[in-house]
Design a protein around this ligand. Structure first.
Ligand SMILES: C[S@@+](CC[C@H](N)C(=O)[O-])C[C@H]1O[C@@H](n2cnc3c(N)ncnc32)[C@H](O)[C@@H]1O
Length: 244
């Protein structure tokens, strides 16, 4: 099994293992504390276990995922196994396993790229790419900042791509893996992924992008590399620009 596959499977395996432990604990506690008491205690235990995860969305998934599953099961089997499998299938369509190494769906605020336009005004016809374009919020932010650019996106999930096409009919969208796409013809590649994606992204940008081209990351910096430009938006979140 390749190292990257192991890395990708680590988080979901840990999540499922902790949920299983939580189920066993809750079954053992229920005769003594009642189901609500057991749920409360196990949720607290999961909240403590969730502190081993740095990312807030993972902590939420761990604690809320279990609590929601319990609440649904308390509804007396109103949701049967087929419905659960249906929900799982929808989840996998929105966030396919191959994308687990990078970020799930979090949208870029529409104005977040405007502050960089003073330093990098752009040019008409610039090709710009949102790598992992999700529902299109990054494309919308790119369009707001660079209205004369040619705006493109690549996204793995076909459900997100379908919805994104409805929202951003002016953008060129392609299916696929952003790491397999050649970035050499882009003047700007925008990313809103994960901290772990950044070393790989700068490596790819340096290898493929032309001198002067821009790698732009919302919220996550490249470790141990000073950004060419950085700025904070109104919500206090950082934008990092690396000029190749
Ligand atoms: C945090 S969201 C950002 C969405 C959009 N760029 C925005 O800023 O609103 C990350 C997106 O990247 C997609 N993604 C993750 N890994 C990918 C990959 N290797 N290739 C293409 N898309 C990927 C996910 O499916 C998700 O939609």
């Amino acid at each position: 099994m390749s190292k990257s596959l192991v890395r990708r499977l680590l988080w979901p395996t840990k999540l499922i293992a902790l949920w299983l432990v939580a189920w066993v604990m809750s079954a053992a506690l229920e005769p003594h504390l009642g189901r609500w008491g057991a749920l409360a205690l196990v949720t607290i235990a999961l909240a403590v276990a969730s502190l081993t995860e740095k990312r807030p969305w993972r902590r939420l998934a761990l604690v809320l995922g279990f609590a929601v599953a319990c609440l649904v099961s308390f509804m007396g089997g109103a949701l049967n196994a087929v419905t659960w499998l249906g929900l799982l299938a929808i989840g996998l369509l929105v966030y396919p396993v191959r994308a687990w190494q990078d970020a799930p769906l979090f949208p870029t605020p529409a104005d977040c790229l405007l502050p960089m336009t003073g330093a990098f005004p752009g040019q008409a016809g610039w090709r710009v790419l949102d790598a992992g374009s999700g529902l299109g919020d990054g494309l919308i932010a790119l369009r707001r900042a660079y209205p004369t650019a040619q705006i493109e996106g690549i996204e793995m999930s076909w459900v997100l791509r379908f919805l994104c096409r409805l929202r951003c009919p002016w953008a060129r969208l392609r299916p696929g893996d952003m790491w397999r796409l050649d970035w050499s013809s882009y003047a700007l590649v925008y990313l809103f992924q994960r901290p772990e994606s950044m070393p790989k992204a700068i490596g790819k940008a340096r290898e493929q992008m032309r001198p002067g081209a821009l790698l732009v990351s919302y919220q996550f910096a490249v470790p141990s590399l000073a950004a060419t430009w950085s700025g904070q938006n109104a919500a206090g979140k950082w934008l990092y620009v690396y000029q190749i």
